[in-house]
Structure formats: structure tokens, C-alpha cells
Design a protein around this ligand. Structure first.
Ligand code: SF4
Length: 381
């Protein structure tokens, strides 16, 4: 079985491999950057960001020498910003401790910030030909089906078993191609849910397919539903400028956001406006707040339900410990902001460019239906 799996998958890969710009460059720095991007992002989505990122930071030293804020800006839209912070820190370490060359062993890669077992294996095998399986959710699924593994793939013991099987199937050379071929198979053929076994080069050796139940695998523990968080997102405005706050929290750290006021779950618009007014009272002189719109943003473990609010300020000050900046539309475009702020940023750009005349809904005219009518679609990242 060993020889046949690698031979079958590699000959399928020769014809069916995804043509992605970060593949086959032979540059370990490119592999490093692409693997950070691919940690939470589909390859096709990551590709456009990769090209832009490499234009901006063409080599490891340019990345390591740049301020973190520039890196976060280049990462904008990709989400999961801790990856950008770790990539920047990793580049600094490689510059300072490895003479600017990406280390070429699994162990040394694993010691870098943001590089887990999957990424270390992917970089080591693709960039340096190290024989180590890059086991992510896709590969666990493929190997669970190939070997009809009925244990839960979230358990360490089952993971270890599948890792050993993958390693035994890996050829002595072309380990990078083997990993990438399995990744492509998992992305296009052996997909979650119902796999396309008719198009699979491994169906003749796949035990779950032969047993007639590939769609039952892999066995997984049930995920917890994401936590719902409600926020008033307040666009503070004063004479063509708005106030942004640099986050110090772990989540979205160092990114700029509008004023975020946490609200109890299910808070209505009127109450959100009242809470905004009282929150601002001791922090900035402002007129009564106005409701603008509602928006939702879906993170992996959280959903933000946001009530977008405008507060006209009579001064561009802020009395609070937060790090803040009053900025115009140019600043709004230049500062790194998370995807969750997309709807609010678009509103702010409109508001700063052309102050509305009657376009804003007065809090006294709010109807119950307004929230439902104005709820925007969700975005991920
Ligand atoms: S035969 Fe089906 S279940 Fe088995 S590896 Fe191929 S696509 Fe996956």
C-alpha cells in the first residue's frame, strides 16, 4: 500500500496541482510567508494577498526592518492578525539569530513564534525537502478516510496514529510535493462532507471508500457555537475628523478601531444610544448620539453584533487611558484596521467627506423594525 499511495498521489498531482504564485518559487522566505497566510485562509484567497505582501516586503530583511504597523496594514483584510505579528517577530528572530536565512530543520522552525507543528512541517518539507508530514485538518481528514480511522481525530492518540501512517506513505524524496498533493486532494476532492471519490486517484486503496462510508469520516468532537458579543461602535466626529483607538487587548492587538462600548447581549438601539451618551459624558464633550446602522462580523469564536452610532463632538479631545488619534479620511485609509470595522469605516468616510443632511435617523424616530432592516451581512476575518 505504501508505494502505491505516494505513486498514485504524485502522478495525480503532476496534472492536477493548483497553480499558485507562491509555489515553486524555491525561495524559503516565500514559503514562510505563504504558510503563515495559509494557516487560516484558503489558498486561492491568500494568493492575492501574498503577491501584494511580497511586493511590499520583497525579502526577509525588508520585513524584519519594517515597523509592525506597516506589516499589519499589508495584512489588512486577511484577518487573524496574530499571524502578522508572529510573522514580523519571526522575521526579526531570523534576521538576528539565523543571519537572515530561514532555518532548515523542523525543530528550529518549530521554535519560531506562530510556527506550529503543521507550519514547521510544511515549510521544512516544501522549502528544504525534510521528510515530515504537514498534518492539518485537511490531511487528518484524508488519512482518516484512507485508513478508515473511526477514532475521533481531535484526540492526540488518533492524531499520532494518522501521523505515523502519513509518514509511512511519504516517499524518501519529494516530501514537499507529497504534502502539497495531499493538501490539494483535501481541498478539491476529499472535501469535508461528501468527498468526490469518483474523481479520486486513491479510491482503489481507500479503506473508507471500499467500506462504503467515506462521508462518515473523520469523527470530530462537536464545536462550541461562537460567543455573541454586542458593541456600540461609535464614530466620534469633529470638524472632518474622527477618533480611532489603538487596541491593547490580545484580540486585534495594535489595530485601530472606532470607540467600542460593550453592551449586554440583545441591547436595543435606544438603550445603545443612552449607554453611548453616558459613556461619553466624562470623556469627550458631545451632542446626543445618533443611530446610523447595524452590522455583524463573524470571527472564529465570536460574533460581533454592532450598532453603529455617530456622536458629534464639540472638541477633539479624549479623557481616558486609551491610546487614540483624531484622523481624517486619509488616516482612515492608512491606519491598519480589522475587517470588523469595515462597515463603520465606510460610514465614517461618507460622514467625513460630506456631512449628512437628514440622512441620519434621529433616535426619537426609531421603530422596532429598523434594526432588522438595517442589519448588514456577515463577513469573516
Ligand atoms: S476515495 Fe474518497 S474518501 Fe478516499 S481519499 Fe479519495 S476522495 Fe477521500
Amino acid at each position: 500500500m505504501t508505494g502505491s499511495i505516494s505513486a498514485l498521489i504524485l502522478s495525480w498531482y503532476r496534472i492536477n496541482k493548483r497553480r499558485l504564485s507562491f509555489r515553486d518559487t524555491g525561495d524559503p522566505y516565500h514559503v514562510l510567508v505563504s504558510e503563515f497566510m495559509l494557516q487560516q485562509t484558503r489558498a486561492e484567497t491568500a494568493e492575492a494577498y501574498f503577491e501584494r505582501f511580497i511586493d511590499r516586503f520583497p525579502d526577509l530583511r525588508s520585513l524584519a526592518d519594517s515597523p509592525l504597523e506597516d506589516v499589519l496594514k499589508a495584512w489588512e483584510g486577511l484577518g487573524y492578525y496574530s499571524r502578522a505579528r508572529s510573522l514580523h517577530r519571526t522575521a526579526e528572530i531570523i534576521r538576528d539569530e539565523y543571519g537572515g536565512r530561514v532555518p532548515n530543520t523542523y525543530g528550529s522552525l518549530l521554535s519560531l513564534p506562530g510556527v506550529g507543528p503543521y507550519s514547521a512541517a510544511a515549510i521544512a518539507s516544501i522549502a528544504f525537502g525534510v521528510r515530515v508530514p504537514a498534518m492539518d485538518g485537511n490531511l487528518y481528514r484524508v488519512f482518516a478516510r484512507l485508513y478508515d480511522e473511526n477514532g475521533c481525530v481531535d484526540q492526540d492518540m488518533v492524531k499520532r496514529r494518522l501521523y505515523s501512517l502519513a509518514l509511512s506513505d511519504m516517499p524518501e524524496d519529494r516530501s514537499g510535493d507529497f504534502n502539497q498533493a495531499m493538501m490539494d486532494l483535501g481541498a478539491a476532492v476529499c472535501v469535508p462532507g461528501t468527498p468526490d471519490c469518483a474523481a479520486c486517484p486513491l479510491s482503489s486503496v481507500c479503506r473508507a471508500f471500499i467500506a462504503g462510508h467515506p462521508e462518515r469520516l473523520p469523527v470530530r468532537t462537536k464545536k462550541k457555537p461562537p460567543v455573541q458579543k454586542d458593541y456600540a461602535v461609535v464614530i466620534l466626529r469633529h470638524q472632518g475628523r474622527t477618533c480611532l483607538f489603538k487596541r491593547s487587548e490580545k484580540m486585534l492587538n495594535s489595530l485601530y478601531v472606532f470607540l467600542l462600548i460593550p453592551l449586554p447581549e440583545g441591547t436595543g438601539i435606544g438603550e445603545a444610544l443612552d449607554k453611548t451618551d453616558s459613556f461619553l459624558l466624562s470623556r469627550v464633550p458631545a451632542k446626543p448620539a445618533f443611530y446610523l446602522d447595524s452590522a455583524k462580523h463573524v470571527f472564529t469564536h465570536q460574533v460581533w453584533n454592532m450598532t453603529l452610532i455617530l456622536a458629534e463632538c464639540t472638541e477633539d479631545t479624549w479623557a481616558g487611558p486609551e491610546q487614540y488619534v483624531w484622523t481624517d479620511t486619509e488616516g482612515l485609509a492608512a491606519l491598519p484596521m480589522p475587517g470588523a470595522m469595515k462597515a463603520a469605516r465606510e460610514k465614517a468616510v461618507q460622514l467625513l467627506s460630506s456631512p449628512p443632511e437628514g440622512g441620519i435617523i434621529n433616535r426619537r424616530s426609531l421603530s422596532v423594525n429598523l434594526m432588522a432592516e438595517n442589519t448588514t451581512g456577515s463577513t469573516v476575518g
